[in-house]
Design a protein around this ligand. Structure first.
Ligand code: SAH
Length: 246
């Protein structure tokens, strides 16, 4: 990594536990004089923040975070802009690049990957993502419900394993599960993974017919994995076969 000039690292810090940080993400944060992020994610990397300037923003202040990172980098600082998981997966990375492009900004920037929630949640469930899978954001803040419904329908029709992020609103979750149920049996395995690799972790395996019994565990800290027609459960595992003959 070049030194001496201001630059921005757009860093994914993984799901929470330090053991799931990439070495590159730790290096980027260590090298930075300023670390910018949403308070909840900054708390997950507090151990790396000693002696640094820390800029905390609340939810909904994403554009401000990007502007601040750019200003600081332009004044010669090394800045980490952090996201949970991976910064490209419903994180801050695209906003940063889009803001640069819109405003004709030329600042040195690196995307540092992280372990995204889909992979973290899947690891707790065994191997549910081992065939083709689709990752769908259920937040209707930036995307319309019609668009969400179309994507869920396409993924369900294509028999993809489906990972739902941002299941904040239960009516949207109900809509999405209802669409999948048009194509898949009520026995289809469903994994509900809340706060994976963080305090309060909860992992549940249920089915497309029964998931609503566990809706109390579904919120902004939860990732849901709906199996394909081939996914099965064995003991406490959820498995999607790749097709090997046994
Ligand atoms: N950039 C992040 C995702 C941001 S969107 C990533 O790559 O993981 C936020 C959503 O991610 C949450 O609503 C939840 O669906 C999921 N998520 C993030 N961290 C999680 C965790 N530790 N456990 C369960 N779900 C998580």
């Amino acid at each position: 990594m070049a030194r001496g000039r201001g630059r921005v690292y757009v860093v994914g810090i993984g799901p929470g536990d330090p053991s799931l940080r990439t070495q590159a993400s730790v290096d980027a944060i260590r090298e930075s004089s300023t670390v910018i992020g949403y308070t909840f994610y900054l708390d997950l990397v507090r151990d790396l923040l000693g002696g640094k300037s820390v800029v905390e923003y609340g939810m909904g202040e994403e554009v401000k975070r990007v502007q601040r990172a750019i200003e600081l980098a332009q004044s010669g600082e090394v800045v980490s802009l952090i996201s949970g998981g991976d910064p490209q997966v419903f994180g801050i990375a695209a906003l940063f690049y889009e803001y640069m492009a819109r405003n004709g900004i030329d600042v040195e920037v690196y995307t540092v990957p992280g372990v995204t929630a889909a992979l973290a949640a899947a690891s707790k469930l065994g191997s549910p993502l081992s065939s083709d899978f689709a990752v769908i954001n259920l937040s209707d803040l930036l995307v319309s419900r019609d668009e969400i419904a179309l994507k869920v329908d396409s993924a369900a029709r294509g028999d993809f394993v489906i990972v739902f992020y941002n299941p904040a609103k239960l009516d949207v979750v109900r809509m999405a599960m209802g669409i999948v149920a048009r194509y898949r049996s009520e026995h289809t395995p469903v994994g509900i993974a809340r706060n994976v690799y963080r305090r309060g972790e909860k992992i549940i395996i249920t089915t497309l017919g029964m998931w609503q019994n566990y809706s109390g565990y579904i919120d902004m800290r939860t990732t849901i994995i709906v199996g394909s027609s081939k996914t099965f459960t064995y003991r406490s595992y959820m498995v999607t076969p790749r097709g090997y003959r046994l």
